[in-house]
Design a protein around this ligand. Structure first.
Ligand SMILES: Cc1cc2nc3c(=O)[nH]c(=O)nc-3n(C[C@H](O)[C@H](O)[C@H](O)COP(=O)(O)O)c2cc1C
Length: 329
């Protein structure tokens, strides 16, 4: 799994493999990297710490084998691995021939055949975002050197908007019924300079979108006013230019800080839609692929009743990799 051009990330491994590996290429030498800062960032994604996430407890400690010496980047590829320590692969023996609705099992079977790895979701698992967050944390620290700040937050969970307590309550309600919920994460980038990006596929929207769809369970993204803007008139949706604090700015930010694929110097704002976690214990219909008979399944194993809270740092990480790549191109 590879993303990026000048700054690129390779991730390999699977949910129940020995370890997850990540190679971050293209980072120049001489950047100070705060390892504790990386650990704190990765802890925001780590599982097993509250009732809103899977009970699968993992340390998620990255072992860096190259590219950072004494806290400074060397200019070589930054290589790290993260051990998978809390595996329960037997939970997945029933899934091999009865694919989980909403998960990648059936599609993976079509692509890889009967020997595909369903344990823990294989390489489709949310666990793949641990190495993503490692690489993203490094990129966030480098972007911060030039004043770029990326911050994401959940704004809707299971139909409940903008209320942290009620959103969490909604997750517990779904969990109590053996069900799951999805939601929306909003991400804001401050301090990203104007004039970066390009037309068509060279645009910032293209790059950020591609990065976001690398996060499992992402089903949509919009920039600025997005789909709401489609229902507005031009006079409502256009952002009037003004001269303020010694620079040209826009009065509103319906464009989400991007015009023509190029940054305007305003805040880059986008929202990402996550579907409800596919693995639920409530009964669902599937097919036994050996007999082609209809069966009812209750998905076993340990799962997040909602992926949104753990996905917040993943959105920041993926955004940081995409933007650092855009700056280097
Ligand atoms: C942080 C995170 C945690 C996830 N945890 C689970 C989980 O516990 N159980 C599950 O079925 N899916 C989980 N997912 C989502 C699946 O990996 C994803 O839905 C599946 O691979 C199918 O891919 P798609 O939804 O992108 O089509 C998680 C995703 C993320 C980002």
């Amino acid at each position: 799994m590879r993303f990026g051009e000048k700054v690129s990330v390779d991730i390999f491994g699977a949910s129940h493999s020995e370890q997850l590996d990540v190679i971050l290429k293209g980072i120049t030498k001489g950047h100070a990297i705060d390892f504790d800062g990386i650990l704190q960032f990765m802890a925001r994604r780590a599982p097993g710490k509250d009732p809103y996430s899977t009970p699968r407890l993992e340390k998620d400690f990255p072992i860096v084998t190259s590219g950072i010496e004494n806290g400074i980047t060397t200019g070589a590829d930054i290589v790290a691995y993260i051990k998978n320590e809390n595996k329960r692969s037997t939970d997945y023996s029933s899934i091999r021939y009865t694919p989980r609705p909403g998960h990648a099992d059936y599609a993976a079977y079509l692509k890889y055949g009967k020997d595909y790895d369903p344990t823990g979701g294989g390489s489709f698992s949310g666990r793949m975002t641990a190495p993503l967050c490692f690489a993203g944390a490094v990129c966030i620290q480098i972007l911060a050197e030039s004043g770029v700040e990326i911050s994401a937050k959940p704004i809707m969970i299971g139909g409940v908007w903008d209320d942290d307590v009620a959103m969490k309550e909604r997750i517990l309600q779904a969990k109590a019924k053996g069900d799951s919920v999805g939601g929306i994460v909003q991400c804001t980038v401050r301090g990203f300079k104007g004039g970066i990006g390009g037309p068509m596929w060279d645009g910032i929207e293209s790059k950020i979108s591609s990065a976001m769809f690398g996060i499992p369970a992402v089903k949509g993204i919009q920039f600025g006013s997005g789909f709401d803007g489609a229902a507005m008139t031009g006079s409502e949706n256009n952002d009037p230019f003004i001269f303020k604090d010694g620079k040209i700015q826009t009065e509103t930010n319906n464009c989400g800080g991007i015009l023509g694929g190029i940054s305007t110097g305003g805040d880059i704002v986008f929202t990402v839609a996550f579907k409800p976690t596919p693995s639920i214990s409530a009964p669902q219909s599937s097919i036994d692929m050996q007999t082609c008979e209809q069966v009812k399944i209750s998905v076993p194993g340990r799962h997040d009743p909602c992926v949104v809270l753990r996905a917040v740092p993943c959105v920041e990480a993926a955004c940081a990799i995409a933007l650092l790549d855009m700056l280097y191109i």
